[in-house]
Design a protein around this ligand. Structure first.
Ligand SMILES: Nc1nc2c([nH]c(=O)n2[C@H]2C[C@H](O)[C@@H](COP(=O)(O)OP(=O)(O)OP(=O)(O)O)O2)c(=O)[nH]1
Length: 152
């Protein structure tokens, strides 16, 4: 039995009217810097997933989201943390995107062009592809992974 405590993370799948998805790059100084991910971050004490996601997206992107409900929950065991990811689809937000942590952003259709993507995000890319009647090729995302990535 693993005694590691889960780190709870709220993640937003922002979906534009043309179905494009928002990906952002992980800033320098965080584990897996340079990897692409969906925006979000860790829950603080006493926060709900929706509250944490709203706070993180203001802090990181400068936007305020409307209602967000948890869509899927996944887990991933990284050397740096055992994470439980609470995934919310978000179609409604206000404000102008402002990358406040020096990250990059990219609106992407599936399959994503940006690489590498955090391995903990692959199950969600598979579900999104399924919903769109598209094949999912995990190799598309893993074959160019750096051989030794600190923190992965
Ligand atoms: N935001 C986000 N995190 C993800 C995704 N996939 C995935 O495995 N994770 C993992 C990576 C990290 O271990 C964890 C998120 O933690 P984080 O360090 O980015 O959170 P944070 O912004 O609150 O960080 P900080 O306050 O400690 O700097 O979740 C994803 O698509 N988006």
């Amino acid at each position: 039995m693993s005694l590691r405590k889960h780190t709870e993370v709220a993640v937003g799948v922002l979906i534009r009217a043309d179905d494009a998805l928002l990906l952002t790059s992980r800033p320098e100084g965080k584990p897996c810097a340079g990897y692409w991910e969906f925006p979000g971050g860790k829950l603080e004490d006493g926060e709900s997933v929706e509250q944490a996601l709203r706070r993180e997206l203001i802090e990181e992107l400068g936007i305020t989201i409307g209602a967000a409900e948890v869509w899927k929950v996944t887990e991933h065991d990284y050397p740096h943390a055992l994470v439980r990811l609470h995934w919310c689809k978000v179609r409604d937000w206000q404000g102008t995107f402002d990358m406040r942590e020096g990250q990059s952003m990219a609106w992407q259709q599936l399959p994503l062009d940006v690489k590498p993507v955090l391995p903990g995000s692959l199950p969600v890319l598979q579900w999104l592809a399924q919903e769109r009647g598209m094949a999912f090729d995990a190799e598309h995302y893993t074959r160019h992974l750096p051989e030794a990535t600190p923190g992965l």
